[in-house]
Design a protein around this ligand. Structure first.
Ligand code: AHR
Length: 506
């Protein structure tokens, strides 16, 4: 048995959680849009052709923001193709994913879908093959009331009220050579600055996310952020940060330690934002938009393995089947995000339906939840409030990529309004239980409300359409409060959420 302890205090505050930390990302990729969100022939489709079962599941995830339409796709996208009468929309080749894009779903359908799933749209503009002009036209189309070319075009498409899209991304992963219209930091910094100016002049109420590096391993990481922010600092509000983890070499202790690298990545990018602020003698703080994060590796090489042809419409791309250990890694990533909520204001799990996704669908059939659905659902629904900095003492282990990894990963969210607490914890030991003692010295009058546990004897267990409930959370008992000391025994390789509520006064 391992022994770990946490000390929590109301005054050890990391920050208040911006609900947008629990957002999603929907790209025109594989079966995300066609067959995922939009399937007009599905027996359960609504009048707009949206799958009702998918809407219900996305609502369970409680995602306040949804990024769209890409991803790599956006860097070649003409947004005008996706608006207006469907029969007049062009069919185009998407060079990002080598598929055919029928354009039967576009910005207006996306905004309508967002309303149904209670999300605010976060739109990315194409700064790959296009530039500031087309970007600001899209802002005008979406957000201007009327009386101008693009706003009147929207009205003629049946949308008399503006969409009021608040959050915009200035392109996607522009540092990556795989990107259509890939740019150097100087080229991108300049174009992003000019696009930002035009977009904010069109609608001064919008907020902008500039592209950071596409991942921490890029050779240009760091230099990219410093130069891009040097150009755009006065015009943007957030910088993007992306990461995907995998366990291709089948080394679970190493895989479960990867979320610690996510924390360091965030801290590196914060340091760069504040370096640029210092150089500019500014107190402005650029916040982080972690708008792509997840586990992604199962589907690598699928195109060849599954014989998926080029230029198909909505082929099954990036359809990772997630295991219990993937859910533990996702849980660790959520803990890393929560513990940095003072600077990470937006997070988008990538993606939401069918494509590296918590939700999967069968064409014409059911929708179901992958293992990673559950930690996200818990964090999104129970992790709103104020994150407290946990003082953790736990035994550690060494693995391939890092030394001294604490077996316990934890975050704690206090809801000052209700007085409740939610403790999120991953026991990363694969074979040992962990006795966790939490010293809640600054809280009295609490009781244990519920304890959700996600675990399975088989780390590789996954949900499938035939057996969708193989890995599901269960309620555990045995968490006890003795005065202000909470104790609980965490199962090996488990995700846990212990919720405490104020005791009812007699
Ligand atoms: O989410 C899948 C892809 O990963 C996105 O299109 C791209 O931005 C990233 O490289």
């Amino acid at each position: 048995m391992l022994n770990a302890s946490i000390i929590l205090d109301k005054d050890f505050i990391v920050g208040d959680v911006d609900p947008r930390l629990f957002g999603g990302f929907a790209e025109h990729l594989g079966r995300h849009i066609y067959g995922g969100i939009y399937e007009p022939d599905h027996p359960g489709a609504d009048k707009d052709g949206f799958r009702r079962d998918v809407i219900d599941l996305v609502r369970e995830l409680n995602m306040p923001v949804m990024r769209y339409p890409g991803g790599n796709f956006v860097s070649g996208y003409h947004w005008e193709d996706g608006v207006g009468p469907r029969e007049q929309r062009p069919v185009r080749l998407d060079l990002a994913w080598k598929t055919t894009e029928p354009n039967q779903f576009g910005a207006n359908e996306f905004v309508a879908w967002c309303r149904k799933v209670n999300s605010a749209p976060m739109l990315a503009v194409n700064l790959g093959t296009r530039g500031p002009e087309e970007a600001r036209n899209l802002v005008e189309y979406c957000n201007h009331t009327g009386g101008s070319q693009w706003s009147d075009l929207r009205r003629s498409h049946g949308h008399t009220s503006p969409h009021g899209v608040k959050l915009w991304c200035l392109g996607n992963e522009m540092d990556g050579p795989w990107q259509m219209g890939h740019k150097t930091a100087t080229e991108y910094g300049r174009v992003a600055c000019e696009a930002a100016k035009l977009m904010k002049w069109t609608d001064p109420t919008i907020e902008l996310v500039v592209c950071g590096s596409s991942h921490r391993g890029m050779a240009t990481f760091g230099k990219w952020e410093l130069e891009v922010l040097d150009h755009t600092f006065n015009h943007v509000d957030y910088i993007s940060i992306h990461t995907y983890y995998g366990n291709a070499d089948n080394d679970t202790p190493n895989f479960l330690a990867k979320p610690d690298g996510m924390s360091e990545f965030i801290e590196d990018v914060v340091a760069m934002c504040d370096t640029v602020a210092a150089i500019k003698k500014s107190r402005k703080r650029i916040m982080l938009s972690f708008d792509e994060w997840n586990v992604w590796f199962h589907s690598h090489g699928d195109r060849k393995k599954r014989g998926i042809k080029e230029w198909d419409i909505a082929p099954p791309l990036l359809e990772d089947s997630y295991t219990l250990e993937d859910a533990l890694c996702v849980g660790g990533m959520l803990i890393a995000l929560l513990n940095h909520c003072d600077r990470v204001k937006i997070g988008c799990i990538a993606q939401v339906v069918n494509v590296i996704a918590p939700i999967m669908t069968v064409k014409g059939g059911p929708a179901w939840r992958q293992t990673i659905f559950y930690p996200f659902q818990h964090a999104s629904n129970f992790g709103r409030g104020r994150v407290l900095r946990p003082l953790i003492t736990a035994p550690r282990y060494d693995c391939k990529e890092r030394k001294g990894v604490p077996y316990l990963m934890a975050a704690c969210v206090h809801d000052p309004a209700s007085g409740g607490l939610a403790l999120f914890a991953v026991n990363r030991s694969l074979d040992q239980k962990m006795e966790l003692r939490a010293d809640l010295r600054a809280f009295d009058g609490l009781c244990v409300r519920e304890w959700h546990v996600l675990r399975h004897d088989d780390l590789r267990a996954a949900n499938t359409p035939e057996a969708p409930n193989t890995v599901v959370p269960r309620q555990a008992t045995g968490a006890a409060l003795d005065g202000s000391c909470l104790s609980a025994i965490l199962e090996p390789a488990s995700w846990n959420v212990i919720r405490l509520a104020r005791r009812q006064q007699p």
